[in-house]
Design a protein around this ligand. Structure first.
Ligand SMILES: [Zn+2]
Ligand SMILES: [Zn+2]
Ligand SMILES: [Zn+2]
Length: 754
């Protein structure tokens, strides 16, 4: 009897064929296994029916840990007796199915880590050590099927020893496409800041030594370059900030191990598990007090983004015991994607770094590190990229239409929905430059080729000026498929609906900005959503943004707008004149703009948090996205609720003037910590109460919370508690970021319901 078995899911690049081989041998079956160009694995086996059945059972139940089987299709046919053995065949070009995909990058496994330090092992101290269970995948693959010629390893022909392992079914590198060693594989080189190679026996050892001396490095990783500096010294980090013109934006760090993390940050078992997972993301942790690393890493914040080493290269750097933690931040010019090639790195970073630690393997796809934080023991994604992309998000409800969503403007990803699989690209960034827009186009095309996807509908934001809107309309015209424009906050709720399979929900969405259906700036919304329809049921009070976008950059403008009726506001502005770039003149301009009504209106929650941060003297200029609100959150830590505001809801408007005014009036009597806490608590409480009332009145059973403000630990926990206590089902984003990195999923989902 012969069985033809087609396995789809994430089955290439995860040691699946070697596993099939061993299993077939175990049951005495003959035949073959091969990868196909549609990323599925095809198996043909001949033998006893009972053995074939046991074989397929093992495929389902005992497969390698990184393999994900979506479906296993079996067809029995007459035996042809043409096989004399079981073999792994070369890949076929056949493509009949779509939706299977290659895996994301996988952090170095324990076996490789052991070999890296094992005396006598031929890969001892070899930085590009990998096996069938670990190493780069997504960032090295140029096409499917996943075979060496379709990766950037094609430029490194295997030596005899590697080839022996590659062809030995009992070896753990049997058919490992990234197999390499000191003899045949990529080499690491140290360059000076002009790009000239520095002669040394061991580039990595010397680099780690120079790092301890305070030198700044650009280090080429698997998915792009990092900028790196010793994390306990102020000087190199200050210099890095000056060179990069990055004043306060926090840097992520890489720490040697959990013990070193414990010295400077608080870490619970849940966070520990995320840090050690094969994704190895950056996890936002609370700093310990006193803080043993440089205060220049995340100035004025109570959190720090930390990850563990995830490649052989990182592990070798940390073999230098003098290094406990390093700054490891994506190397990119402002508003540009992460740098991936050596020449570009030298051209663009020569003035920023002292040295380059590079290798000669090309990067096929960029991937920034993923970032998340654990809120109430639930992982919340801030950036979904390396280690996640291109693995699909599984949707509870399969969709009939193949839809492509393009995201908004900040933290863009694009998303392709194919039945119950939502494939998101890696993090693209802010698409305001040509470079990021072309990266978006490239990443989207690459992913659609990998999964065999062509859209039937395309979705984008309502904002006509976003680069993503322009790319989406051009593509819809070229392909002749309809374009659906989805309102920004509706798309945020859409991401919750897609993830949780609910089509009737009241969604609280709080962020910085999104264009509303009435043409004004929204950002503190409660939307009632039924299938693809929505209604703006309530929103935060509209407040003036004096000077438009300037009010986003200088939060005191926001504060002045909200407190415009307070006669003391002119005096307050004047006493803070030094905080404005043009001093007292600017204060006069602001007062005139206020009087002449030169402002636009916004219901943004982010802007209210900004205004409170300014009033509490925490932040007067936003040097990176979210800074004032993050400073407020850091200050609120450990505070108590003091405000006794009467919480009479007067929907559809949720008042915020009252809040900001009472914070302002309470400054002489209370600490900034308690006031910051109270402001967050008031917003959380008011939003939750409004959503509960709306849900009750309309008989809706589910309430969700999304948008960038959902990353605020206090607000997120408080909203969830109020809603659960009121007996509603509460949903939040788990598989995609609640910020704009998850919006492409919501757009695609809503457009496909249409
Ligand atoms: Zn490994
Ligand atoms: Zn070799
Ligand atoms: Zn948003």
């Amino acid at each position: 009897m012969r069985a033809i078995i087609l396995v789809s899911g994430t089955v290439q690049g995860v040691g699946f064929r070697p596993f099939v081989y061993r299993t077939a041998k175990k049951y005495g079956l003959k035949g073959f296994v091969r990868n196909r160009a549609d990323a599925i694995v095809e198996i043909q086996v001949e033998g006893d029916k009972a053995n074939i059945e046991n074989f397929t059972l093992s495929l389902k139940n005992a497969h390698p840990p990184l393999a994900k089987l979506d479906s296993l299709h079996i067809e029995y046919v007459e035996s042809g007796d043409e096989f004399s053995d079981f073999t792994i065949l070369g890949s076929s070009v056949e493509r009949t199915r779509s939706g299977s995909v290659i895996p994301p990058d996988i952090a170095i496994c324990d076996d490789c880590l052991q070999e890296l330090h094992l005396a006598g092992n031929r890969r001892r101290q070899y930085f590009f050590i990998t096996c069938t269970n670990c190493g780069p995948r997504f960032t090295t693959i140029t096409a499917v099927p996943y075979d060496r010629p379709n990766t950037t390893m094609r430029q490194f022909p295997m030596c005899t020893d590697c080839h022996l392992e590659y062809t030995n079914p009992l070896d753990r590198r049997f058919h490992a496409q990234t197999i390499a060693c000191q003899v045949c594989g990529p080499k690491a080189t140290l360059l000076d800041n002009h790009g000239e190679a520095i002669e040394t026996e061991d580039a990595i050892l010397l680099a780690s030594k120079l790092l301890t001396e305070g030198k700044i490095f650009a280090i080429k990783g698997n998915g792009g370059f990092h900028l790196s500096a010793f994390a306990t010294k102020d000087e190199p980090i200050q210099r890095l900030r000056r060179n990069k013109d990055r004043r306060r934006k926090p840097f992520a760090i890489m720490a040697r191990d959990l013990t070193s993390i414990n010295e400077f940050a608080e870490i619970n078992d849940h966070e520990q598990k995320i840090l050690q997972s094969y994704v190895r993301p950056i996890v936002l942790l609370h700093k310990r007090n006193p803080f043993s690393l440089s205060n220049q890493i995340s100035p004025e914040l109570d959190t720090i983004g930390v990850m563990l080493p995830y490649s052989g290269l990182h592990c070798l750097i940390f073999d230098n015991r003098a290094l406990s933690a390093l700054v490891m931040t994506s190397a990119n010019a402002p508003s540009q994607p992460i740098i991936t090639n050596n020449k570009d790195a030298v051209d663009k970073l020569a003035g920023t770094v002292d040295y380059f630690l590079v290798h000669d393997r090309d990067i096929a796809q960029r991937a920034d590190d993923s970032v998340l934080r654990s809120i109430d023991r639930t992982p919340v994604l801030i950036r979904r990229s390396r280690g996640y992309a291109p693995a699909p998000v599984l949707l509870p409800n399969p969709l009939r239409t193949r839809t492509l969503g393009f995201g908004a403007e900040l933290n863009v990803t694009s998303c392709m929905i194919l039945e119950n699989h939502a494939f998101l690209t890696q993090h693209i960034g802010d698409t305001e430059t040509i470079e990021t827009s072309s990266f978006l186009d490239d990443a989207m095309q690459h992913l659609s080729r990998l999964i065999g996807f062509t859209p039937e509908v395309i979705a984008c934001d309502l904002h006509p000026k976003f680069a993503t809107t322009k790319i989406a309309s051009a593509l819809s015209e070229r392909l002749g498929v309809p374009l659906r424009r989805i309102q920004h906050h509706h798309a945020h709720v859409g991401s919750l609906m897609a993830e949780h399979g609910v089509n009737e929900i009241v969604g609280i969405v709080c962020d910085g900005f999104g264009l509303g259906t009435d043409g004004t700036a929204w950002g503190g919304e409660i939307l009632e959503c039924y299938q693809e329809e929505f209604k703006r049921a309530a929103h935060l009070e509209q407040q003036p943004m004096i000077g438009g976008d300037l009010a986003t950059r200088f939060p005191a403008r926001m504060a002045a707008g909200i407190l415009r009726k307070d006669p003391a506001i002119a005096e307050w502005l004047e006493s803070h004149a030094s905080q404005f770039p043009h001093g007292a003149d600017e204060v006069q301009t602001i007062l005139r703009q206020l009087e002449n009504g030169e402002y636009i209106w916004t219901s943004s929650c982010g802007r209210v948090l900004d205004a409170v941060a300014a009033i509490l003297n925490l932040s007067f200029e936003r040097s990176y996205e979210g800074e004032p609100a993050m400073r407020l959150e850091a200050t609120a830590s450990g505070g108590r609720d003091l405000l006794e505001l009467d919480e009479e809801l007067d929907l559809p408007t949720i008042g915020t003037t009252k809040l900001v005014q009472s914070i302002y009036d309470s400054i002489p009597r209370h600490s900034p910590t308690d006031l910051a806490y109270s402001a967050q608590q008031y917003l959380a409480h008011a939003l939750a109460s409004a959503a509960i009332r709306i849900a009750e009145e309309n008989g809706v059973k589910t309430i969700g919370f999304s948008g960038g403000v959902a990353l605020n630990e206090h607000i997120a926990i408080s909203i969830r508690k109020s809603i659960s206590q009121a007996g509603f089902k509460f949903v939040s984003n788990k598989a995609v970021p609640p910020g704009d990195g998850g919006i492409s999923l919501g757009q695609a989902y809503l457009a496909s319901l249409n």
